[in-house]
Design a protein around this ligand. Structure first.
Ligand SMILES: C[S@@+](CC[C@H](N)C(=O)[O-])C[C@H]1O[C@@H](n2cnc3c(N)ncnc32)[C@H](O)[C@@H]1O
Length: 190
């Protein structure tokens, strides 16, 4: 593990994904943004795997595509310029991992944020498609308008997953601001 593996929510989510995602896996990035999570997934699954990446902003899809091309990982990724709430129309199960990095695109339009209704629809379908042992990482932010409502909705959904079917963790840094991003990590039981 690198010394910065626990630096923040994104670093911890990458650690969780690196530990669980294998070559040839089928995975989803529900919010591509600048493409950093998509790139990690594409590297982990390799040329024999498949990544579906969603974003409602064309600029995010373009940025992600360019990042993947420059890293030589574009072929294994299907980018969908559309909302993750349509996940069921594009993605066929089983899926080994999913990443939801919620909120707004850093350096982009801060008014274009994820919303609870779409997020919960995608999570519910995603949990159904998840393979035994499959993982979901959700990074939540509470600093922008509407973020607290979304975080509460996602917390409530995750807390309601049956413990005999899913292992569910909430990870929060204790020595940072109470509004610092936090993670929900989910693993489907085998
Ligand atoms: C925090 S950013 C994602 C960061 C990204 N994972 C990265 O590595 O750079 C959140 C993204 O969610 C996107 N988004 C908002 N609503 C969405 C939806 N319904 N479906 C898919 N993406 C959405 C935004 O356009 C934004 O790019």
């Amino acid at each position: 593990m690198g010394a910065d593996g626990l630096r923040g929510a994104t670093a911890l989510s990458h650690l969780f994904l690196r530990e669980g995602v294998r070559e040839g896996n089928r995975v989803v990035d529900a919010t591509c943004g600048n493409g950093h999570d998509t790139l990690l997934l594409a590297e982990l699954v390799g040329g024999g795997g498949k990544v579906w990446g969603f974003d409602i902003q064309e600029s995010a899809i373009v940025a992600t595509s360019l990042l993947l091309e420059s890293a030589g990982c574009r072929d294994q990724v299907e980018l969908i310029h559309g909302g993750h709430e349509q996940l069921g129309s594009f993605v066929s199960g089983p899926v080994d991992a999913m990443v939801f990095n919620l909120g707004y695109l850093p350096g982009g339009d801060k008014s274009c944020v994820t919303h609870p209704r779409e997020t919960l629809a995608a999570l519910a379908r995603g949990a159904e498609l998840l393979s035994p042992g499959g993982r979901i990482c959700i990074a939540l932010y509470t600093g922008h308008p509407g973020a607290t409502e979304e975080a509460e909705a996602v917390d409530g959904w995750a807390a309601g997953l049956l413990p005999r079917e899913f292992h569910v963790w909430r990870c929060r840094q204790m020595n940072r601001s109470p509004v610092a991003p936090y993670l929900i990590l989910i693993e489907k039981g085998c």
